[in-house]
Ligand binder design. Structure first.
Ligand SMILES: *Cc1c(COP(=O)(O)O)cnc(C)c1O
Length: 365
């Protein structure tokens, strides 16, 4: 069986995460489950110390550095526990009990990272837009307080549909959660001391978290902890301190190869087209309105909008279902709709959605 992105049996998937994957990646993953690389074994049956898996790890680390244009000052780790575990490991490793760290609160995930850090040291909020339900990005302080060990931010706010389109200047180590917009656009990764990605949005299947950090940061461990909680220990064991999630890492490798083959230039250009198409239909259409008013803060990955008349919300979701469109319901804290336009979502899929919005409006008149 072959499967393509235009396969009519496949739904147009706009879910926020786990999310759409390219048809060719699904196909390669499916084939590897049956027989990995003509080995007579499934990818699910290969010991993680085998040469076959060590090669998967090596290639994946190398591709991350290449796509991020980073040198050997950086370490690439594949860890478990999701984005949420990183919220804990960052302060455990880098924030001493009486030390300070700064957090930019741009949404639910950013705030969760801040709350986790408070258990370990003096985490300070540098800016927040919580009081306006995160409808635009917070302003970074013109000057950072003295003595911060690091500043933590979130580049794309998956729930609220806002995205940081520039890299802030920061004279202390900058740590970013890039879970929902990694490789969606050009970015100077060398400006970040560390970034991490729970992969089920834009880089694979749930079960693994990509962590990239500067080796000198990794050395600044502030407390003695079990190895499982210490970046340095994971690094010393090449992310094989415990049995790594072999299959999830393999799917991420397939995504990395797919990303490299398309090129970040082409991916970014198409992401801009997809986002412009959808935002302009929302603006034009009399049924809908955008949630994020500040155009410069709008996310290219998660597009949030509502219906002027909320009784149209369920009706539009039902209408979309008849056109094979799924995953557009907004997060409960925002309501309305959230359409995720991750790298694997095609322009054709977005065109189909925009057409459905257009036809829905027409039917109401
Ligand atoms: C989904 C998401 C998370 C949470 O990831 P888990 O793997 O569920 O812990 C964290 N940060 C961002 C930006 C996300 O989109």
């Amino acid at each position: 069986m072959t499967m393509t992105n235009t396969d009519l049996t496949r739904k147009l998937n706009f879910n926020a995460g786990p999310a759409a994957l390219p048809a060719e990646v699904l196909q390669q993953a499916a084939a590897a489950v049956l027989d990995y690389d003509n080995s007579g074994l499934s990818i699910l049956e290969i010991p993680h110390r085998d040469a076959a898996f060590v090669a998967i790890m090596d290639e994946s680390r190398q591709l991350v550095k290449e796509l991020c244009n980073l040198n050997d000052d950086y370490e690439v780790l594949w860890l478990q526990g999701g984005g949420r575990m990183q919220f804990c490991m960052i302060p455990m490793n880098f924030l001493g009990e009486s030390e300070n760290a700064g957090y930019i609160d741009s949404g639910y995930w950013a705030e969760s990272a801040y709350k986790a850090a408070k258990y370990y040291g003096n985490a300070q909020l540098l800016a927040s837009t919580k009081d306006i339900n995160y409808t635009h990005l917070p302003m970074w302080p013109a000057q950072l307080p003295a003595g911060l060990q690091y500043v933590h931010c979130t580049t794309n706010n998956t729930i609220y549909g806002t995205q940081l389109h520039t890299t802030p200047t920061c004279d202390v180590p900058l740590i970013a959660d890039m879970s929902s917009d990694i490789f969606s656009c050009h970015r100077d990764y060398s400006k970040y001391a560390m970034f991490y990605v729970t992969v089920q949005k834009n880089l694979g299947a749930a079960g693994v978290t990509l962590v990239v950090l500067r080796k000198d940061l990794m050395e600044r461990v502030k407390r003695t902890m079990p190895d499982m909680l210490t970046y340095k220990a994971h690094s010393a064991q090449q992310s094989m301190l415990n049995t790594p999630p072999v299959f999830a890492i393999y799917v991420s490798l397939l995504m990395l190869r797919w990303t490299k083959a398309r090129g970040i230039n082409a991916i970014e250009a198409e992401n801009i087209q997809k986002a412009q198409l959808l935002y302009s239909e929302i603006e034009r259409n009399s049924v809908f309105k955008p949630v994020v008013d500040v155009v410069a803060d709008r996310s290219m990955m998660n597009v949030c909008f509502i219906a002027h008349d909320s009784s149209n919300e369920k009706a539009f979701i039902d209408f979309c279902a008849t056109r094979n469109i799924t995953g557009i319901k907004g997060h409960r804290s925002v309501g309305g709709f959230r359409v995720s336009l991750y790298n694997a979502v095609s322009l054709t899929a977005v065109e189909t959605l925009a057409q459905a919005m257009h036809d829905f409006e027409k039917n109401r008149q």
